[in-house]
Design a protein around this ligand. Structure first.
Ligand code: NDP
Ligand SMILES: O=C(O)C1=N[C@H](C(=O)O)C[C@H](O)C1
Length: 252
């Protein structure tokens, strides 16, 4: 499988390059990044998709939400499947992804690790079991180079918990501006940034005299790269549509 890697010079991009080198059935044939010369790669790197004179089997994106327009334009023109791992997209961007997925296969996941996807299932079960009697707060911790906050994963976790409550919960991002008591319909979401923390997510269920915490700790970026490769292998065999980790987990 020939991969075009958008954001190839970033922290994740460089780990993906190394992990792909260990695979036999997949290679990076081109990269796109803002500063193509910033890293030494053994494939050509371009400033934009317009520099590409050949096609790949799949576009993998670990970059910034601002890149989305160019990615979808190229992907739709060339009918290339896209794996979107970048986080921080707004609602408009998500709509354009849904529209593009009517024409090409797109896989989107804010967290490609296996553990977080089990955590999501566990916290939904906990939320259904504990109901409104327990307050729910999510804390995420990441490295000091992360641009978006809160993490895409924290938002995904909150949305999944909210499904259990039929959308009745309200997301509260930090509490500085809220000089009032906590309402039971809130899900608090809090972001910590520091050092080289790869990625940690904890969901706290705080009840009367008891607390349940469910946590996931990413100890390396390789877990995301491995997930991306599994998702890529899955995606290239799909019809147009929007796919996510649930589709992948059901296929392995
Ligand atoms: N889904 C998942 O499992 C995971 C998702 N992520 C997400 O992946 C994204 C990248 O993370 P990370 O590698 O740590 O971030 P980095 O900032 O280290 O890397 C991003 C790279 O993309 C480049 N870039 C910026 N804008 C564009 C653009 N328009 N087109 C092409 N490249 C661009 C950056 O260049 P420059 O530095 O010059 O701006 C940089 O080289 C984030 O959104 C992060 O949340 C991360 C880990 C796992
Ligand atoms: O930026 C990161 O590093 C990560 N971003 C993703 C997110 O925003 O959820 C996933 C992972 O936690 C690492």
């Amino acid at each position: 499988m020939k991969v075009i890697l958008n954001g190839c010079n970033g922290s994740m991009g460089q780990v993906v390059v190394q992990v792909i080198k260990r695979q036999e059935d997949i290679e990076v044939v081109a990269g796109i990044d803002r500063y193509p010369e910033a890293k030494s790669n053994d494939f050509p790197v371009y400033k934009s998709f317009s520099g590409l004179s050949f096609r790949g089997d799949l576009i993998m994106d670990f970059s910034r939400p601002e890149a989305l327009g160019d990615i979808l334009k190229y992907a739709l023109e060339t009918r290339t499947p896209v794996l979107i791992a970048t986080t921080g997209h707004d609602e408009r961007a998500k709509k354009s992804i849904e529209e593009a997925a009517e024409m090409i296969p797109i896989f989107m996941s804010s967290n490609l690790s296996l553990g977080i996807n089990l955590l999501i299932k566990l916290v939904k079960q906990a939320a259904a079991f504990l109901g409104d009697a327990f307050d729910i707060e999510i804390i995420e911790k990441h490295h000091n180079k992360k641009v978006d906050a809160p993490s895409g994963t924290a938002i995904t976790i909150a949305r999944n918990i909210n499904e259990v409550f039929d959308g009745a919960k309200e997301f509260i991002y930090g509490r500085q501006s809220k000089a009032q008591k906590r309402d039971s319909k809130e899900i608090g979401i809090h972001a910590i940034r520091g050092g080289t923390i790869v990625g940690e997510h904890t969901v706290i269920f705080a009840g009367q005299d008891e607390i349940l915490e469910i946590s996931h700790y990413a100890h390396s970026r390789e877990i995301f790269a491995i997930g991306a490769i599994k998702a890529a292998r899955f995606l290239i065999n799909q019809n147009p549509g929007l796919y996510g980790m649930d589709d992948l987990v059901n296929n392995i």
